[in-house]
Design a protein around this ligand. Structure first.
Ligand code: SF4
Length: 249
């Protein structure tokens, strides 16, 4: 080998190890996390936001070693072939994880459709993985200027709006959904939010009334309101979208 070639070879960096998804939990079978599809749900560790109504607060922190290795997760997915149609990446906030695209590619290679649950904390990564995705459930917390009231993080509405715009521009199938609690969103604010989403050309929208299950905020758990949101509000919002659903309880 000529001396020049040796020099060149010495400068080549080793290939970086692929980032492995940090998995905090798995639901092997779900009929409710991807519309019309049976799915295995992978709960990714980590979320930069701190919504009071979070149903998975144990997933907010990213630990040095994930509770379930990606190798074990992939082995489980191999056993789920023929039993479920799709793999849904949920959380936590999956777009926070640098290993998301690689994990989606490996799940796709096994023949699964790919679903994503996201709030849009990392819009650049969300946009980058959209070509790998068949369906997105996108959480809209509030009017984008009011996000911090829900997430407790200043400026969080800006990335969320970018994430939603990327989804709408991509043509990927999606549902926007908003969790409702009377202490966090008034009926008038829900109407304003629905108007703003209709103006953005959102076609599929769901309202989900808060459930206590998994929520650590005792004040929220103790202050639910029967009859909220009222039927007049719901009917007005239903008329703004080609597809609309209200989920209670
Ligand atoms: S964005 Fe989702 S995972 Fe993160 S704190 Fe809010 S509800 Fe929990």
């Amino acid at each position: 080998m000529p001396p020049d070639a040796q020099t060149t070879q010495a400068k080549v960096s080793p290939c970086p190890q692929p980032r492995r998804l940090k998995v905090g939990g798995i639901t092997p079978f779900s009929a409710t996390d991807y519309p019309g599809q049976l799915a295995t749900v992978i709960f990714v560790q980590g979320c930069p936001w701190r919504c009071r109504y979070c149903h998975n607060p144990q997933l907010q922190e990213r630990t040095p070693h994930s509770p379930i290795s990606w190798a074990d997760t992939l082995a489980l997915l191999q056993r789920r072939r023929g039993l479920v149609d799709a793999v849904v990446f949920s959380g936590g906030e999956p777009t926070m994880d640098p290993g998301l695209a690689g994990a989606m590619r490996e799940a796709r290679a096994l023949g699964f459709k790919i679903g994503l649950h996201s709030g849009g904390t990392h819009p650049a990564r969300l946009e980058a993985v959209l070509p790998l995705i068949d369906w997105v459930g996108f959480d809209v917390k509030a009017l984008f200027a009011d996000y911090a009231r829900i997430t407790q993080i200043a400026g969080s509405g800006e990335p969320a709006l970018k994430g939603l715009q990327a989804i709408l521009a991509s043509g990927v199938d999606y549902e926007c959904r908003t969790t409702l609690h009377p202490a966090l969103l008034t009926e008038d604010e829900i109407l304003q939010l629905a108007h703003s989403l209709a103006e953005l050309n959102v076609k599929r929208y769901a309202l989900q009334v808060f459930r206590e299950q998994g929520c650590n905020d005792q004040a929220l758990n103790a202050s639910t309101l029967p009859g909220y949101p009222d039927n007049v509000t719901v009917a007005r919002i239903a008329g703004m979208f080609p597809e609309f659903v209200l989920r209670r309880g």
